[in-house]
Design a protein around this ligand. Structure first.
Ligand code: GLC
Ligand code: GLC
Length: 834
């Protein structure tokens, strides 16, 4: 069953009924000011950091679902009847309803008793404010006398404190109301230099800033007393729960239309210019007023909206494809790319499933997220790489996360996840492959954000590799530390205390438990380092000092091949790659186990690192195919590939959080979608395009749209997890939006299946597609050059390039070198498979 449809021409998902199985959300903002918005206008806003600069409140885990938002109420003053044009929170049945989620904006339109309303929410580029453009049209056939009320609930900035520290918070709330603008200034009198404002384009009939006055005692947002009575209280909040509500009277003749604009914004003032007049306690409103003068004018708001649309056309235009599959086309061209940007902006901090309080920017997560968007805004990838690496520890290790506002490593979530450092190598390498910007390696970057610890970024990468080499276990495999990619495989935790964090508890010395996954990742990282090292030693500016000996590229190829030997010795189980060794030295992910016999992650990562692909028997020839066949046999379901099998039926002290989940959910045998593209990539590497694409389609949200009542999450973005076959709700998705799934699926479909791959030297095109396809075409902007690519597949094969013609000339191989003569600003590439 569907709850809407894709409007690909508009690049929108259109939701046609408000009662979706879960709030189907979208994001506003793409730079510093952000908001989450659901299809019924639920959600909240924040500036840069969802924890430390929260503008509005939202109640997770609430009933009814999705409480707190950008609410509007329309009241017919003749009848006293009122409703929410976005359905929530009154839930009055609307005659018409439609929500359109686009890139960085959401429009919700409805009709009730002949009154049409349409509200477009978005954040103009370069601004720290959101605009709500409300258009009311009277189609009732007679004149109407309406009241329009707005309502938001202010958060007292620190979202965690706001939800817990009531003894203080109930006494500190402060507002000002001047010229139709409600200013929220809690703590501005002391150490904060920022405030929020909520403005309206119209003359007000009244306003409210005291929540209980607006709602009435013990009432909910569904029936505010003020709306019921049609009269605001003009209340000024002192403490308790400050809100912002405007009341506008709207008389509309039959057929008449009116536009009303609301603006919610965030403003910082210089420390010494906070008050106006100086010495008073009144906010200096100059800068906010400037923005308001501009955007309260519909022409300027419309212009800002058009600029936002153009911006996304430009970003998405970096890669557009036309394949025989509509699900592929809309995901690659619109939604997957968009999700990659959102994921990069938010990391894992704020979604319907991430409260914005718990997690900052993840080290491994951000490095993977950038794989999916680096081609759209490489300069932001550069910035993120430098921010992340500045939190790196001197020993090469990493804080697991950092707070976006302070850019400092977040100690609460600790460090010692032994896979973390290797991801930095992959992130940097992807950045250089996309941009050719080798100068990033010479950037001087601190360790642990400490002044005077700067070294060139390149040395950070060396230390990342060194980190693994210095932490090998009894089998010479890398020690796992707190966990590797699988946060929940906590082999040194041994936690018996309820509620204790698996992420920060370590009760073992950590000298025994090893990870085959990190071993595979290490081989991959060494391969990337080889390419970087070769170039770096040639081009390095001699003025840049290094404190480490520069390793030649051979160092990395040797390290990789030694690790490969170790993997074949200790990490191969005969039919698939093993997962780990526990603190007792026992193997996990092996036929020897009764539960957790086979895991997906090492199959993906080891084959991506090239293990088992070579023809030479010494390098495990045929083993990649063997391992992938095992994945198909034991892990694949119609809803995607499960993380492991058999599921853990009980809690195992020595395995940690993985066995804490009921079977079929999350890391305990759920379909952890992040890992599925690794298998798609591996299938492409062995040339099985049909199988790779089949796996791609199984978890493609658009392809699952028809089963929305089961899938539950949004059909336009990936979710982190789909319940596995051991779960009662097999096929049900959770944790949509913020997941490495976005970046990796994008990489799998565009770089492995469609085969358009940036390399250090140029664009390589080597498709591994379904045999049924006649071909496909694509436009890719790469290092300033537009490549028009046409692939034909006359023999209906999955893999194999017979002929590559670049601007009319045939070239050898399938790599189009950036320095090739044929590469001008527009390049036509004709590829014949065969
Ligand atoms: C979550 C984390 C990610 C981790 C994965 C598996 O998605 O954000 O870092 O790799 O879970 O545990
Ligand atoms: C929880 C989640 C896991 C996530 C981790 C990070 O353990 O189950 O998926 O990666 O938290 O905080």
């Amino acid at each position: 069953m569907k709850f809407g449809y894709f409007d690909d021409a508009q690049r929108e998902y259109v939701i046609t009924r408000p009662d979706t199985p879960l709030p189907w959300i979208n994001y506003l903002g793409c730079e510093a000011y952000f908001g989450l918005i659901s299809n019924t206008a639920g959600g909240y806003s924040f500036y840069k950091d969802a924890r430390l600069r929260r503008l509005t409140r939202y109640r997770y885990n609430n009933s009814p679902l999705d409480m707190g938002g950008r609410y509007l109420y329309i009241r017919d003053n003749n009848t006293g009847k009122y409703w929410s044009p976005t359905w929530m929170p009154t839930r009055v049945n609307l005659d018409e309803y439609e929500c359109r989620h686009g890139q960085g904006y959401t429009s919700i339109a409805s009709k009730f008793n002949g009154i049409k309303s349409s509200t477009r929410y978005f954040v103009p580029l370069g601004e720290s404010l959101e605009i709500w453009q409300v258009t009311l049209t009277n189609e009732s056939g007679s004149n109407v006398d309406l009241s329009l009320f707005s309502a938001i609930e202010f958060c007292l900035w620190d979202a965690n404190d706001d939800a817990t520290n009531f003894q203080r918070n109930y006494s500190i709330g402060q507002v000002e109301v001047v010229d139709e603008v409600i200013y929220h200034k809690t703590e501005y009198r002391e150490r904060r230099d920022h405030f929020a404002y909520f403005a309206c384009s119209e003359k007000l009939a009244g306003f409210d800033t005291i929540r209980e006055d607006f709602l009435g005692a013990y009432r909910g947002w569904n029936e505010p007393a003020v709306v019921e009575n049609g009269e605001s209280c003009n209340s000024f909040a002192n403490g308790w729960q400050p809100i912002g509500s405007h009341h506008v009277k709207v008389q509309l003749k039959a057929g008449e239309q009116r536009q009303i604009i609301f603006i919610l914004g965030y403003q910082e003032n210089p420390k010494d210019d906070k008050f106006d007049p100086p010495g008073s306690q009144i906010i200096n409103k100059k800068s906010a007023k400037k923005a308001l003068e501009k955007y309260l004018q519909p022409v300027n708001a419309n212009k800002a909206f058009d600029e936002l649309r153009d911006y996304w056309t430009m970003l998405l235009g970096k890669l557009q494809v036309t394949t025989p599959d509509e699900h592929t086309n809309r995901m690659v061209n619109i939604w997957n790319a968009y999700q990659c940007m959102v994921t990069f902006n938010m990391s894992r901090s704020a979604s319907y499933f991430e409260s914005g309080i718990g997690r900052g920017m993840g080290f491994r997560d951000s490095n993977q997220d950038l794989l999916g968007f680096v081609h759209m805004i490489p300069e932001r990838a550069r910035e993120r790489i430098l921010d992340l690496s500045a939190t790196q520890l001197k020993n090469g290790g990493a804080f697991h996360q950092y707070q976006p506002l302070t850019k400092r490593g977040n100690n609460d979530v600790g460090s010692g996840f032994n896979d973390d450092p290797a991801w930095l190598v992959l992130g940097v390498s992807a950045y250089i492959k996309e941009t050719g910007d080798w100068s990033i390696l010479d950037e001087l970057v601190q360790y642990e954000n400490e002044p005077e610890t700067e070294t060139p970024l390149y040395e950070h990468l060396q230390r990342s590799i060194q980190y693994t080499l210095e932490r090998l276990g009894p089998n010479n495999l890398p020690l796992i530390g707190r966990a590797d990619w699988n946060d929940c495989l906590n082999l040194n935790c041994f936690s018996e205390t309820p509620g204790q964090s698996f992420q920060t508890t370590t009760n073992k010395e950590g000298k025994v438990a090893e990870s085959v996954f990190i071993a595979g990742l290490f081989v991959l990282a060494c391969q990337e380092m080889e390419g970087l090292a070769e170039h770096y030693s040639e081009s390095r500016q001699s003025t840049v000092e290094t404190t480490f000996d520069l390793q030649p590229s051979a160092f990395y190829s040797n390290a990789a091949s030694e690790m490969e030997t170790t993997i074949w010795k200790a990490g191969w189980d005969g039919d698939w790659f093993r997962r780990a060794y526990d603190d007792f030295g026992h193997v996990l992910g092996s036929k020897e186990n009764t539960e957790g016999q086979i895991f997906i992650e090492p199959q993906g990562i080891c084959i991506m690192a090239g293990l088992g692909l070579d023809a030479a028997p010494s390098s495990g020839s045929g083993n990649a195919v063997k391992a992938l066949d095992a994945v198909a046999e034991y892990l694949a379901t119609p809803h995607g590939i499960m993380l492991q099998q058999p599921a853990f039926s009980q809690y195992y002290l020595h395995l940690g959080e993985i066995s804490s989940y009921p079977p079929g959910y999350k890391e305990n045998a759920g379909i952890f979608c992040h890992t599925n593209p690794w298998i798609m990539i591996a299938e492409s590497l062995v040339g099985r395009g049909d199988q790779a694409f089949d796996y791609y389609t199984r978890i493609n949200p658009s392809a699952r749209e028809e089963i929305s009542e089961l899938h539950k999450c949004e059909p336009y973005v990936y979710a982190q997890m789909i319940a596995g076959k051991d779960a009662a709700t097999h096929g049900e998705a959770k944790n949509s939006w913020l997941s490495g799934t976005a970046a990796w699926n994008y990489v799998a479909i565009t770089q492995s299946i469609l085969g358009i791959q940036p390399t250090l030297d140029g664009l390589e095109i080597n498709p591994v597609i379904p045999s049924t396809w006649d071909g496909f075409s694509a436009t890719r902007i790469y290092r300033g050059v537009t490549y028009h690519i046409r692939v034909t597949n006359p023999k209906h094969i999955c893999k194999g390039v017979e002929k590559v013609i670049v601007n009319g000339k045939q070239i050898e191989g399938s790599l189009i070198r950036v320095d090739a003569d044929a590469v001008t600003s527009e390049v036509n590439v004709e590829i014949t498979m065969g």
